[in-house]
Design a protein around this ligand. Sequence first.
Ligand code: BES
Ligand code: MN
Ligand code: ZN
Length: 483
Amino acid sequence: MALPDIQFTAPDAAAPAAHPGLVAVFADLALDTEARRVNRLAKGALTRALASDAWDKLKPGDALTLAFPAGMEAQSLLMVKLPRRADDATLRKAGASIGKALKPAGGLVLAKAVKQLGPLVEGAALRAYAYARRAEAPKAPGALVFAVTDPAEAQAAAAEPLALAEAVHFTRDLVNDPANILTTTEFADRLEAMRELGLEVEVLDEPALEKLGMRALLGVGQGSESPSKVVVMQWKGSEGAPLALIGKGVVFDTGGISIKPAAGMEEMIMDMGGAGTVAGAMRALAARKAKAHVVGLVGLVENMPDGKAQRPGDVVTSMKGDTIEIINTDAEGRLVLADVLWYAQERFAPSAMIDLATLTGACMVALGYENAGVFSNDDAFCNALLSAAQSQEEGAWRLPLSPAYDALIKSRMADMKNTGGRWGGAITAAQFLQRFVKPNTPWIHIDIAGVAYPASDIDYAPRGASGWGVRTLNALVKAKFES
Ligand code: BES
Ligand code: MN
Ligand code: ZN
């Protein structure tokens, strides 16, 4: 969905008594001036709420909802708990509480006392997401108006957070879209539309991929009616070797001939989450005109069973030249990434490389929905990524790489096989990918199988696609790749 309409107005222009939707005020131990004004309208309801157990139990950034307050037109009055000197994370959380409560009738936030509007607006915009195809007019969150001392200044401070939130929403729409809508072709079209932001976008079709020798990637898509594609997005915000972002874009993963069980298979519409995150990150960088050279490459395929589909036992030759014995056609993501990683290095000689993929159920077993699994051949680079994730409150946890696991992907028939058995499945997948990373390329692999599509809502997103990683990658570029 496009962002909700977010506006700024002067406090005098705000009419809290007449607003038909949500009215939000801030309080901590006492009511501020504006909250006192609303309290008078609401006949002391806020004073009573402030003295309640429910209020005491709230954490900073949380909110208490008073429904249909007397003396006001509002559907709800939101009391947001905000300490006087709140840090950015608390402000963002407070914003998310407002964004979560925002309904089609819209909202008014009496934010005169808030010093840092950026994170507040960012939290609200991130959380006030409704999936495009379910957000027909009656369901979409209405306009959110912030009443602030200096509306022009607030508008300026909010520009970058809003652009970032828009990029996150773009990713979520991609991930939430079902596979009959988001085909490989539709995906590529949406990426091509990003040219209007100043990105260079190139689409490599099957004949081009064949010519490059990407047989590992093409093998995955050969059972589908949708053509496989690799899309290259470039943002040239500075000179020099680029950072390369690589995404797994399996628009639907049936498992192929090694077909998945029926229960829960519909979730595999999200198996292009890595590509979705790369696309959102490129969008964010272009929107804020980042002073960095970044290329995004996504492998778009559909993993279907069919008369032409790849079989277990097949041996494919990757673009690198290494051969792979297919043991399980459901371990397809690593086959796609192998060729895109290699192509990224051959073409761009990147200064560093990050791949993102909904790669293994094993990673979800290890870390649940809370943390992405992070693997790297470079400690400093990896630590920079982990701090960027922490700054954005996106869970990330490092897991090991080690040659000790290599025995598990040894093949009698080829240079390697595509699965390593039941134990350490997230690690053997990472170990497989590392075969396609040149030794002196700093590289991070992020397994986002758990975090891309959590089973329930999270602080900054309703249930469904989270957009995990867009903000982390943006923060990492800002901290480490901008001149
Ligand atoms: N796309 C899946 C991984 C996945 C599972 C993502 C659940 C999100 C939620 C991946 O292609 C896959 O099927 N992996 C297999 C690998 C196995 C066959 C070695 C898995 O994890 O079971
Ligand atoms: Mn699979
Ligand atoms: Zn998959």
